[in-house]
Design a protein around this ligand. Structure first.
Ligand code: VG1
Ligand code: CO
Length: 543
């Protein structure tokens, strides 16, 4: 095997965002782009000589080609072993589990998650550390710095590695282990949940519909729900991963998973509906006739997690991203455990989980997870819900109604303005930031502002600080709006507006969400000048 050292020059725009580097696929396929970034990761983590890495992705267009390049570069850089999912497939939580379970020096996950895939769509790559979690900013900063000074990369000249066959092979001196992507993950789920109780639930006629959205969770859901738990064949739909996710957005929300919504709101709906995203770390939960917002789902799961055998000891603590609703905060309060509010992105939960400060974490964007891995985990959340449904014998709607009656309800919605001109979006945020002090005590649309601030976070474990993580405007009575720019988009800027209203009056718990939030929506527009800055009349996506 010949090793080549290829001269290169830095390529602009390789700064990792909320979750690794995401770009148009054609950008990733451009000359030296992937190679520069992979070598920068290797250099940024102090080289990979003698190290072992997990490598896999969500199966989107360019996944396998990119893995072949990464394997040749890992071998050329002296890595000892690569553990790769069969056909290059690994869901993000399964990759996290393999990194931890096999004690590797981290891993490379190829995904642009919920973004569409294909030659004209999106691709992504991120490095996860040996704890199985996305690299913290202290590490991604080094990787990014390297992309700006890189002069050469190393790559082996070799034939493609056979990734279709499970077993050991090698590339030069580097051992390659092609593994069944599902096996270790399914075993972990059997450890955590009461599979016997869920099996009985299905035997009793309980019906589930899991929409894998043509993405990576298909094989995982089919093996676990149908083969191991005995859900009827056909319970998993769109279960074969496709390079372009069937042409859709593999984003589990009421807009992009509309088919599932229609079935669950229709006559003869199954008892439980769920969906997952491109790389399998997000989840959407729908009961018969009721969509459960991710923030409510997090709160319910935190309140009931002790019903699953893996969590019978209860909660150590909970964590949520700052824009996520405060529904889980009240559960933490009642249970007497700490609640952490972190910046957006799973990388901020890792230290809390490692330090035993949190058992369950969640984000409003349909991410929920626990200390079983260091990523959010879509199927895990679905199995925890099923475990709770089996143990309580209640419906999703009954569980939520009881939860709201006990803890109160946080009406919550996110409005996204997509592909906004980046200059206009930044101008809107800068303008708002410059007016924060003058907002306090003002009356806006009948609401009184109590506080307006730009969110900064200091990690209580590592002491690392992250600033400018979203502007939160609080109103009297516990309502608020948060403004933030997305860090995962690949076209222009996406403005996210997070809206929340707290209701503890039990007679008013069943209102329509957008109606309940109408005053806050109006105040948000007035405060930020959304329409004026963007020229948009309405958001593109409401979740
Ligand atoms: C979005 C979500 C965030 C999530 C991130 C990665 O980021 O808002 O909560 O952690 O995607 O999710 P942003 O910066 O676009 O708001 V995924 O499923 O990509 O791994
Ligand atoms: Co994802």
């Amino acid at each position: 095997m010949e090793i080549l050292t290829v001269e290169t020059t830095p390529i602009a725009g390789q700064k990792p965002g909320t979750s690794g580097l995401r770009k148009k696929t054609k950008v990733f396929m451009g000359k030296h782009f992937l190679e520069n970034y992979v070598q920068s990761i290797f250099d940024g983590i102090g080289g990979v000589e003698g190290k072992s890495l997990v490598i896999g992705g969500d199966g989107r267009y360019f996944n396998e080609r990119a893995i072949q390049v990464i394997l040749r570069m890992a071998a050329a850089n002296g890595a000892a072993r690569a553990i790769v999912g069969q056909n290059g497939l690994l869901s993000t939580p399964a990759a996290s589990n393999l990194i931890r379970g096999r004690g590797t020096d981290g891993g490379l996950i190829l995904s642009a998650s919920h973004n569409p895939g294909g030659p004209d769509e999106d691709f992504g790559l991120k490095y996860n550390t040996p704890n199985g979690g996305p690299a913290p900013e202290s590490v991604t900063d080094k990787i990014f710095a390297r992309t700006e000074s890189i002069t050469e990369y190393r790559i082996a000249e070799a034939q493609d590695v056979d990734l279709a066959t499970v077993g050991e092979t090698s590339l030069g001196d580097m051992a390659i282990e092609v593994v069944d992507p599902v096996a270790d993950y399914a075993a972990l789920m059997e450890d955590l949940f009461d599979f016997g109780a869920i099996r009985e639930l299905f035997q009793s006629g309980f019906r589930v519909r899991f929409d894998a959205m043509h993405a990576v969770t298909g094989p995982y859901a089919t093996e676990i729900l149908e083969n191991r738990l005995g859900a009827p064949e056909g319970s998993v739909v769109n279960g074969t991963p496709q390079k372009d996710f069937g042409g859709g957005h593999p984003d589990p929300n009421p807009i992009w998973a509309k088919d599932l919504m229609d079935v669950m709101m229709g006559e003869d709906a199954p008892d439980f509906g769920a969906a997952s995203d491109g790389d399998g770390d997000r989840n959407m939960i729908v009961g018969r006739g009721l969509y459960v917002t991710p923030s409510d789902s997090l709160a319910l799961l935190a309140a009931q997690i002790h019903l699953a055998p893996g969590y019978s000891a209860g909660l150590k603590g909970v964590a949520r991203s700052m824009p996520t609703s405060a529904a889980v905060d009240r559960v933490a309060e009642v249970k007497g455990v700490s609640c952490y509010a972190t910046p957006t992105g799973w990388k901020f939960f890792g230290s809390l989980l490692d330090d035993g400060r949190a058992t369950i974490c969640g984000e409003e964007s349909a991410g929920t997870g626990s200390d079983h891995v260091r990523e959010k985990d879509g199927l895990w959340a679905v199995l925890l819900w099923l475990n709770i449904l089996a143990k309580t014998g209640k419906s999703v709607a009954d569980l939520m109604a009881e939860h709201w009656a006990e803890y109160g309800r946080n009406y919550y919605s996110r409005h996204d303005y997509e592909a906004v001109d980046a200059g206009k979006a930044t101008a809107m945020m800068d303008d708002l930031r410059s007016r924060l002090d003058s907002l306090a005590d003002q009356e806006v649309q009948g609401l009184t502002v109590t506080e307006a601030s730009d969110f900064s976070y200091t990690d209580p474990v590592t002491g690392d600080t992250a600033t400018k993580q979203g502007i939160a405007v609080h109103f009297a009575g516990g309502s608020r709006v948060v403004f933030r720019l997305s860090g995962t988009g690949t076209e222009g800027a996406t403005i996210r507006v997070y809206l929340e209203r707290v209701e503890t009056d039990r007679t008013r718990l069943q209102e329509d969400t957008q109606e309940a939030l109408a005053p806050i929506i109006a105040a948000a527009d007035e405060i930020a000048g959304l329409k004026a800055h963007t020229g948009r009349e309405a958001p593109d996506v409401i979740t």
